[in-house]
Design a protein around this ligand. Sequence first.
Ligand code: FES
Length: 122
Amino acid sequence: MIGDWIDIGPTTQISPGHARTLPVQGEDGTPREEIAIFHTWEGQFYALVNKCPHKHGPLSQGIVHGTLVTCPLHSWNISLKTGEAQGDDKGCVPTIPLRVDAGRIYLLREALVSARAPEKAA
Ligand code: FES
């Protein structure tokens, strides 16, 4: 199972309340998808595809509060845990399983691949 996780670096690279982005490219050179990795004020880490389910706003540039991020374009609130829009807003962005071990962040390799699938279908 260890081999299925990709080490993307130390937790210290992302300040609390912020996010960094990570480009992902298929082994065959298929189109890139961008992943946003968030560090909450409470010290948790989450990873989502960096596209708001509304109109693809860059969630990595949103405001993090609790386990939500507010999209910078039209202020939808998106759950960092599930990727789902909150309240009356509808939509969901893929999440990427993430774990922290010994101060480093790991993302599940298979999820990075499947995160691109909905884009192709759209
Ligand atoms: S694109 Fe995110 S709220 Fe509109």
